[in-house]
Write a protein that binds this ligand. Sequence first.
Ligand code: MSP
Length: 505
Amino acid sequence: MRIYLTTPIYYVNATPHIGHAYTTIVGDILARHHRQRGHETFFLTGTDEHGTNIPRIAREAGLDVQEFVDRNAAAFREMTQRINASNDFFIRTTDPRHEAAVQEFVQRIYDAGDIYEGLYEGLYCPRCEAFYTEAELVDGRCPVHGILPEHVEEKNWFFRLSAYQERLLELYDSNPELVLPGFRYNEARSFIQQGLDDISVSRASESWGVRVPWDPSQTVYVWVDALINYWSALAFARDGQDLRDDLWPAVRHLLAKDILKFHCVIWPALLLAAGLDVPKQLFVHGYLLFDERKMSKSEGNVIDPLELIDVYGADPVRFYVVREVQFGQDGNVSVDGVHERYERELGNDLGNLLSRTTAMIARYRDGRLAEAPRAGDGNGLGTLGDDVAALLDGFDVTGALERIWKEVRSLNALVEERKPWALAKDESRAPDLDRTLYELADGLRAVAIALSSYLPETAPRILEALQQPDDLGWEGVGPGRTKAADGIEAAEPLFPRVDSPTAAA
Ligand code: MSP
């Protein structure tokens, strides 16, 4: 199987917050998981650097536009690295190779006869980089940013989106899982069914962008330019190779609900017009909220992912965002919440389980773990691999993590139930003690492999503490694969205590 995963490319008008990190984290969990299953995987993220808003903000900051985008793109790249994303490429839309691909793409649509010249008159929100009708405004203001839209009147090139209504409906009807979750599929489909207007795909007044190839007085509308990144990146991500033939049909896009229309309606229509395959699947997720409001720079309510990583490390931040909020829904996040889950779930449930297990092997068996296969599938470990894989095939990163955590909880329950410290006092119970220690080690090893896409730094530490090979292949999630080992010592805490942010304040 092949899988090409993408995140939206982020605007470089500001530095990243945890909402941006969120989609990249989920994309990374999925990418790492598919690699574990031996699937040919390509994971793309990057930055969206054109548009009318960016030169304006750069000027306000007193910077040259290129210098400004370079600086903020570097901040996004740093965020990507600090959260340990294993992206195969980082695309920037100011890359001349992308710009050339945008020209090639729009030229195809123009040649196919689906682009025509017209007069645009309407309202534009530069922060959304989107046009609005009067009816869509709230008290005359942009419904997302609350700012007054600009009145734009200019000659533009238009894309015949209206001509694609039937083909889009056919596409949706023949692919009931094209857009997930189901309620987003319905939202996109009913939007199409209501009828589509042609859209302006160029700007006359903005020079910071890709030139329209047949009319260099205009630049390509930033959203068209940005969407094409998913297709262009594969052409030049690897020197001398065009990965599109292999990977393009397997594309899965991740995005938040604010950009559903661009991805689920306009993008497939542009691809059809260009004679290209449409995406295999799109997953539309919700917002991380802070104090019940969408986190955004303009609201001043952002959580800086790098500050959290400085205190807790990347794994706990990755864990927190997918554990706290059901992927697909909106949900609140907070710094105190990160701390609480760090202590209770990572520190106690997982960290202590490893500390206790290794300490008992060290103390009662001199560091030797004997192979003592158990009867049957004690704790549901037998279905863990299939269950997690099925949930992740449906993009349910939260459900899959809960399924793994069920295993963690049942291993903790096993310790309480079997009381290895009591078994250790009774020589006649030696086989029971061996079996218990093996079950704990085996469960922890399987859990580590299942968790490694979520906690890529922690999982190898668990395997190492148990003296197990560092192979993360998905078959390893099955029970009874733990090898006998020597020299196991009481493990250092996986998640050492950290001062609570409120206590420190
Ligand atoms: N540049 C466009 C996307 C072009 S894709 C061809 C854009 N950029 S953005 O910087 O505004 O980032 C949008 C994406 O960041 C969202 O779709 C989502 O993936 C992520 N998020 C930004 N803030 C978020 C939250 N508060 N919560 C969840 N995701 C958030 O739109």
